[in-house]
Design a protein around this ligand. Structure first.
Ligand SMILES: Nc1ncnc2c1ncn2[C@@H]1O[C@H](COP(=O)(O)OP(=O)(O)OP(=O)(O)O)[C@@H](O)[C@H]1O
Ligand SMILES: [Mg+2]
Length: 365
């Protein structure tokens, strides 16, 4: 059966508080309940945190919801009542501003290895060069490459005033799943774990003051990117494709996924489009340059431009320094700046957000 607010609440009414007669809904202990497709996030407030109670409640909650939908992805979080009350005292606008950034752009693709992370980093610098305050959120839980590309691999974020402090490099605020996983360590990410991590990345990281947050997504259209697209308040998604048909087919799947979860597609980039010889400046059309533009025209989505193969970009990426810092006037550099400029109409700044009273800015396309 498909989960709805009604059957979800009915399921939760079956969950008894250990040692009490009332259920968790009746007892008013659910402080937050989010349902998006088959993903459920529940926050339970308790007067005292108690691991035995939590275990028993979590077990019952999962069991009752999975009775309705066996494939439901469930994340349950417990919060001490005092903490909730303190938070509730904060002025509403402040609370909203501190948990949001003005513009959140996801960089995705259907396929792996097409240059999402490289373009995330270099677009972030291009936006910075246009005068914005920029952050990067690396949501690639399977292969986080942003710490390597920005040379912050060994850094560990600190908790200050209840907020996770992003790592700073090249003037960018950075948060990555990679900061919490040892190199070489493999974690099996279940849907609810990803959901919880993303909630924390969006709500508990001190992003304040950020105009644009670039979100580097994992490849594919599986559980992880889907859950991310559903969970994050995205302004829209930028898709990256190489010119080959196999890449375009996968990008098409990626666009369908975003359409299903109502995330606007801001446009598509053709990366590694062609090769410009560093010696004679001749452009070699190694692949099938222009295919992505045609695809965009047929599908009615915006084409953002192409970025050539640039050996220096690959070399600097491995060395942990963004290519755009010193090479913004190269062909690839100009192309990336151009793409950032084409995205500017979608950008709202943090000042815009504040003057709007901190309300979420909805994109009207
Ligand atoms: N325009 C480019 N010119 C030269 N090399 C590039 C270019 N774009 C990306 N690369 C290189 O291609 C490789 C893959 O890029 P990247 O890691 O950014 O892809 P990805 O889509 O994020 O991959 P994954 O799906 O694994 O996360 C990297 O070595 C990167 O340096
Ligand atoms: Mg990547």
């Amino acid at each position: 059966m498909i989960l709805t607010q009604e059957n979800l609440l009915a399921a939760l009414k079956m969950v008894r508080l250990p040692g009490a007669r009332s259920d968790i809904v009746e007892a008013g202990q659910i402080s937050r309940l989010d349902l998006s497709e088959n993903t459920v996030f529940i926050e339970i407030q308790m007067s005292e945190l108690n691991p035995t109670f939590e275990k028993s409640l979590r077990f019952q909650i999962e069991k009752e919801i999975q009775r309705v939908d066996a494939n439901a992805q469930i994340a349950v979080e417990f919060r001490k009542i005092g903490a909730v009350t303190e938070e509730a005292k904060a002025p509403v606008t402040e609370k909203k501003i501190s948990s949001r950034v003005a513009t959140m752009i996801a960089v995705g693709s259907g396929k792996g290895g097409v240059g999402k992370s490289s373009l995330s980093v270099n677009l972030a610098i291009a936006f910075q060069q246009l005068g914005y305050t920029v952050g990067i959120l690396d949501c690639d839980v399977y292969g986080p490459s942003i710490p390597t590309m920005l040379k912050v691999v060994d850094q560990k974020p600190m908790l200050l005033n209840g907020k996770i402090q992003p790592i700073e490099a090249y003037g960018l605020k950075i948060m990555s799943a990679g900061f919490f996983v040892e190199e070489g360590q493999s974690i099996i990410w279940r849907g609810p774990m990803i959901h919880k991590l993303i909630q924390q990345f969006v709500n508990d990281v001190a992003w304040d003051g950020t105009d644009i947050l670039i979100v580097d997504l994992p490849p594919g259209t599986g559980d992880a990117p889907l859950s991310l697209a559903q969970t994050m308040p995205l302004t829209g998604a930028v898709m990256v494709s190489m010119p080959q048909q196999v890449s375009i087919i996968d990008v098409h799947k990626g666009i369908s996924m975003f359409n299903q979860v109502k995330v606007p597609i801001l446009g598509v980039i053709e990366n590694m489009s062609h090769f410009i010889c560093p010696h004679c400046d001749h452009s070699s059309e190694i692949f099938d340059r222009g295919k992505v533009k045609k695809f965009c025209e047929n599908l009615g989505v915006s084409y953002l431009g192409d970025v050539p193969i640039e050996p220096k970009l690959r070399e600097l990426s491995d060395a942990g320094k963004p290519f755009m810092l010193d090479h913004q006037n190269s062909s690839a550099g100009k192309a990336i700046t151009q793409i950032a400029k084409r995205l500017q109409p979608f950008v709202k700044t943090y000042d815009d957000l504040k003057s709007n009273g901190g309300e979420e800015i909805k994109l009207v396309l």
